[in-house]
Design a protein around this ligand. Structure first.
Ligand code: SRM
Ligand code: SF4
Length: 585
């Protein structure tokens, strides 16, 4: 077996990440192959079969790094080896931790590592820097589907925390709640179970929220209802909330999505695994894209695996791929542990073979020649009122400014879902909320609800397209404050200019790009800049050229370290030159 030299970038990933990728009219799940995936380079470099030895083994029910692979590992791996994070859940150690005074926990290394690192396996993120002693809790919300009961429950949790509590709709169509105290966690987790939610395996080296079409099942134009596949994936990933110990020691985070429409609302090109609907010999299934990711050191657009799975094999394929990643992925420099680095190292064909041999059938079909995506499709806006595939019903997309909600807003969303719809809500990766199943006769009354008029259901050129990560208000990695500032600047731009088309702006507080600046029309990434007196000041790098939908590809950095205080005229110029906007008289 021939695999590529360690650390060597294959042409495939470089081609895929280039701004020109995505311009061909070839099917989305094939087009990057046409531009050079599975290159000669990847197929010829070295013959190091020992590289395919699994680096982990199962010990007492938990997957652990084998002793011979423990040299040059990153600090997160050491923390995992020192004490198994999942034991906080499986052995209910969380209960003991919750009974211990926080200062006492925080006085030892073990305790610090528990609260700052290991609790992330349970979806609990200590906000040490900006909200000491309080936790953000990240849920799992497969396909972004939630209920009024769940929303009300989460609202009741943050309500209790007063000014310390709030919630966010995330860029993976998910809920996060804030202000959580450790002492409340056991009861809170029991409450989550009662309403059919879980927070486990949502942080650190775990699979993130599985994303699907936010209007699955109600979309008159959908190719396939993504909910069954996404729910099945989630059931496997978290073992129906009990925890799936076979995939809780991955080398790094891992993202998955299932595509349901031509709009590509799910962003397949930036997920580690994306299922693209494709027919093969009359059978419904999916072509696969792999390896898309962002990090502070590298962005990579997903590339085709040259593989197709039937609907029935969605979960087995995911399992096989996760196990290949778990077994073989690098655990050294943490900036080089995402799955694409493994693909680069092995070459796409050798990676594919590793996935194939972990399938129950040990057979992975080659990709269908074409997929079912219409490459000429114009991506739709999800805000406002839209007819469903069910006659007489509409879905209503409501803007949530920068995804931030207070308890009262969530109670209102829950009431609106019950009063006007079917008690269901859908979250989008643009951090907005959709109320599905609204009888047409009730739509105009819904649009007059105070929450809806305050947040806005009608699309506007800039503000309703704004996406922002958490930023410095809560995130310890942030370089700048994002949400409030992004909203204020965008409102000012919208008020001062005329627009002929919408412009999607994304703000992210540091190079991790949680708000995906590379998919935005204009992206702002937090950095430090210098003012006119050479003093450090908050700044941004500006990204342009990101595309979503049929033409998906990644934008690139065009300006560096622009002081935020000087930003408005700079963005106005971009809006005029690149997006046809004009200044108001
Ligand atoms: Fe993220 C880490 C927030 C989507 C790339 N991300 C973090 C942490 C956990 C850092 C921390 O401990 O403070 C942030 C928590 C801040 C907080 O208090 O909320 C954080 N990420 C978010 C969210 C909430 C942004 C948002 O406002 O919506 C998103 C939660 C999604 C979810 O429901 O799970 C979020 N993060 C993303 C995405 C977008 C996506 O998945 O489409 C990315 C880029 C895509 C990717 O991962 O390939 C992303 N987050 C990162 C990274 C860089 C990963 C890497 O490989 O280097 C980090 C840092 C890390 O993992 O070391 C990070
Ligand atoms: Fe925090 Fe940076 Fe992610 Fe924003 S992009 S949430 S600042 S890690």
């Amino acid at each position: 077996l021939k695999i590529a030299a360690p650390g060597k970038l294959t042409k495939s990933s470089l081609t895929a990440a280039s701004p020109s990728a995505g311009k061909s009219a070839a099917p989305v799940s094939q087009r990057i192959v046409a531009q050079g995936a599975a290159t000669e380079e990847a197929a010829t470099v070295t013959e190091d079969v020992s590289r395919l030895t699994p680096r982990v083994e199962i010990v007492d029910g938990y997957w652990r790094l084998k002793p011979e692979f423990r040299t040059s590992i990153n600090p997160a791996e050491k923390t995992k080896l020192e004490d198994e994070p999942m034991k906080l859940w499986t052995e209910r150690r969380i209960e003991e931790l919750a009974r211990t005074p926080f200062a006492e926990i925080d006085s030892s290394k073990q305790g610090k590592d528990d609260v700052d690192v290991r609790l992330k396996w349970l979806g609990l993120f200590h906000r040490r820097k900006h909200q000491y002693g309080r936790f953000m809790m990240r849920l799992k919300l497969p396909n972004g589907v939630t209920t009024s009961e769940q929303t009300r429950f989460l609202a009741s949790v943050i309500e209790k925390y007063g000014a310390e509590g709030c919630a966010d709709v995330t860029t993976r169509q998910n809920w996060q709640i804030r202000g959580v105290l450790l002492e409340d966690v056991p009861a809170l987790m029991d409450g989550l179970t009662r309403v059919g939610l879980t927070s486990i395996q949502s942080g650190m080296d775990n699979v993130r929220n599985a994303v699907g079409n936010p209007i699955a099942g109600i979309d008159p134009h959908e190719i396939i209802d993504t909910r069954p596949a996404v729910m099945a994936l989630n059931d496997y990933i978290v073992n129906r909330g009990k925890g799936n110990l076979s995939i809780t020691n991955l080398p790094r985070k891992w993202n998955v999505c299932v595509i349901g429409t031509h709009d590509l609302f799910e962003h397949p090109h930036i997920n580690d695994l994306a299922y693209i609907p494709a027919l093969k010999d009359g059978r419904m299934g999916f072509n696969l894209l792999v390896g898309g990711f962002f990090s502070s050191k590298r962005d990579a657009e997903a590339i085709p695996l040259d593989a197709w799975v039937s609907e029935a094999d969605v979960v087995p394929l995911c399992k096989a791929m996760l196990e290949a990643f778990r077994d073989l992925g690098s655990r050294g420099n943490r900036q080089k542990c995402r799955m694409m680095w493994l693909i680069d190292e092995l070459g796409i064909e050798a990676f594919r073979a590793e996935v194939e041999k972990r399938l129950p059938s040990q057979k992975l079909e080659r990709a269908a020649e074409s997929d079912l995506l219409d490459t000429t499709w114009k991506r739709r806006d999800l805000l406002g009122v839209h007819p469903q595939k069910q006659p007489g019903l509409s879905f209503v997309g409501i803007h949530v400014p920068v995804g931030r909600l207070q308890a009262a807003d969530m109670f209102e969303f829950a009431r609106i879902a019950d009063q006007y719809g079917s008690g269901e809500l859908r979250l989008t990766v643009e951090q907005n909320i959709i109320v599905p199943n609204v009888p047409d006769a009730k739509v105009s009354q819904l649009l007059q609800e105070p929450l809806v008029t305050r947040f806005g259901a009608q699309p506007t050129p800039l503000v309703t397209n704004l996406v922002s990560c958490t930023g410095k208000q809560f995130c310890g990695m942030a370089i700048i404050e994002t949400k409030n500032r992004a909203l204020a600047i965008t409102q000012e731009l919208e008020a001062s200019m005329n627009f002929t088309k919408p412009v999607r702006m994304h703000w992210t507080g540091c190079p991790n790009s949680c708000a995906q600046v590379q998919v935005a029309d204009i992206g702002f990434m937090g950095t430090m800049a210098r003012d006119e007196n050479n003093k450090p000041t908050d700044g941004v790098d500006i990204f342009l050229g990101g595309k979503v939908g049929a033409e998906s590809h990644l934008g690139t950095k065009v300006r560096t370290s622009v002081p935020i205080k000087d930003l408005i005229p700079v963005v106005q110029e971009i809006l005029i030159e690149r997006f046809g906007a004009t200044l108001k008289a």
